[in-house]
Write a protein that binds this ligand. Structure first.
Ligand code: FAD
Length: 453
């Protein structure tokens, strides 16, 4: 019998399993897919390693960075020394959102906002005012979640221009929802913790290898070294309060018995495998909706840009990242370039057929990148994640449960639980560690009461 069964091998489940094993628990991790990493993973397409979607972290993501350290993956990531984001417009104008090195927060952004060329001089002043207003918000103030970011920005003098050319560039990417619907509480977390409170908080990081190399290969190695039994292709069908976990593996069905179970799966799966959750205090989480992300992958016969990544304004291209070397294209097709375009809050795109998406985005990239205008597109394809994150709208804080499920010995983890963070890799790692700590705490209390009985 395992001490703990962790269901789900995304970042939350991996983090929970590592924490539990590091504290001496016997852990089995059950993952339905053929790989670990969940929503942050990769797959093969011919000779290329393709990420299911571009993932970014910030210097302030201490738990995720600790996770990278724990699995030995830090060297396979890039972290900017100073926040520096290129912002491009189809009319050829561009800007840099960057901090001034050496200046403390919030002065670190004064220069970039006061000179931001995509806004009129008056709107730049408005933008500074908006930043100061966001800095006044307390992300822990529960009343904020009843309001939207869009409303708040307008009430503090922000125009459509400042929202589109500045606030939405960061908010849509981090919250995966339009600012007019986004929870002000989560936006406050993003802007305060992520950008405004500490000068270096918003320095941008991303994987310099396929995500699968980090979140599957290295994670699996770390789990094995910690003594965790990892079972891939093991689809959990039900979880009982008595610690009985029913699993399907191919045609076989069997039961794994555990003292505790950490359910590190999306809410719709958690309620399906443990229907008793509907009768507990966490029942509200069934009402969490999801929000999609679409990536458009374009491979050119030549280099079309020297930028590692950039954001777009007045363009459906929200962000693009150069994935040439990380995907393996450099060796399979020297001289070619692979750009991955990210479209968050992609409600209008999620059901559009791939050829139509490609027809639209290839010319849009060429409008942003003059170098792409004469380049030949060797390949283009689309990846979609319909349930990329929960829909981080106003009013959702009350639906996010803590780690206690209300069922004996069953703990909840996942980026959708109440981490205080948006649905991110950072939130996922935090939730896993928290669930493990809760399970360990209760187990040690049980042991104490058994000894004293
Ligand atoms: C395209 C895209 C882009 C993103 N961009 C960013 C970004 O830039 N920065 C950022 O921080 N975050 C980003 N995110 C969000 C981030 O990926 C998630 O917040 C995080 O990975 C969620 O981890 P998790 O472990 O909570 O859940 P998941 O990753 O959903 O893990 C759940 C796991 O459970 C498994 N599972 C499900 N059902 C069962 C079952 N019945 N039995 C066994 N196993 C099961 C699944 O296969 C999965 O592996 C992005 C997400 C997507 C999809």
């Amino acid at each position: 019998m395992a001490d703990v069964v962790v269901v789900g091998g995304g970042l939350a489940g991996i983090s929970a399993a590592l924490r539990l094993a590091d504290e001496g628990a016997r852990v089995t991790l059950l993952e339905a897919r053929t790989r670990l990493g969940g929503m942050a993973s990769s797959f093969r397409r011919g000779e290329l390693s393709v990420d299911n979607g571009q993932h970014v972290f910030l210097r302030c993501c201490s738990a995720y960075r600790g996770f990278l350290q724990r699995i030995g993956g830090t060297a396979q990531t890039v972290l900017q020394p100073h926040l520096d984001i290129r912002v491009l417009r189809p009319d050829g104008r561009s800007a840099r959102l960057r901090r001034t090195p050496g200046l403390p927060a919030p002065s670190h952004l004064t220069m970039t906002l006061a000179t931001y060329p995509l806004l009129s001089p008056l709107d730049r002043l408005r933008a500074v005012r908006g930043a100061l207003a966001l800095r006044m918000l307390d992300p822990d103030d529960s009343t904020l979640d009843m309001h939207t970011l869009g409303d708040y920005l307008r009430r503090h003098g922000q125009t459509t221009a400042t929202v589109d050319a500045l606030w939405a560039v960061l908010a849509v990417a981090t919250l995966n929802i339009d600012p007019d619907d986004a929870s002000l509480a989560l936006a406050a977390k993003v802007f305060r913790t992520g950008v405004l409170d500490r000068a270096d908080a918003g320095d941008v990081g991303y994987a310099d290898a396929p995500l699968g190399e980090l979140h599957s290969t290295l994670a699996q190695r770390a789990l094995a070294a910690a003594g965790v039994m990892v079972c891939l292709r093991h689809h959990v069908e039900s979880v009982g309060q008595d610690g009985r976990v029913s699993v399907r593996h191919g045609q076989d069905r069997h039961v794994v018995q555990a003292r505790d179970v950490v359910l590190a799966v999306p809410p719709r799966v958690a309620f399906a495998v443990a229907p008793e959750l509907a009768g507990t205090d966490v029942a509200g989480a069934r009402d969490l909706q999801t929000s999609p992300i679409v990536n458009v992958h374009v491979i050119y016969d030549r280099r079309v840009t020297d930028l590692d990544f950039a954001a777009g304004v007045d363009s459906p291209v929200q962000w693009f990242f150069d994935r040439t070397s990380t995907s393996g294209l450099t060796s399979s097709r020297p001289g070619a370039q692979y750009l991955a375009v990210t479209v968050s809050a992609a409600v209008d795109l999620i059901d559009v057929p791939a050829p139509r998406i490609i027809e639209r985005f290839v010319p849009e990239l060429a409008r942003l990148l003059p170098g792409a205008r004469d380049a030949e597109v060797l390949d283009a394809f689309v990846t979609r994640e319909r349930h990329a994150t929960f829909r981080q709208a106003a009013g959702t804080a009350a639906l996010r449960p803590g780690t206690e499920s209300g069922l004996n010995g069953v703990w909840l983890a996942g980026s959708w639980t109440a981490t205080g963070w948006p649905d991110t890799m950072e939130g996922a790692v935090r939730s896993g560690i928290r669930a493990a700590d809760a399970a360990l705490r209760v187990a040690s209390q049980r042991d104490v009461s058994r000894c004293s009985a």
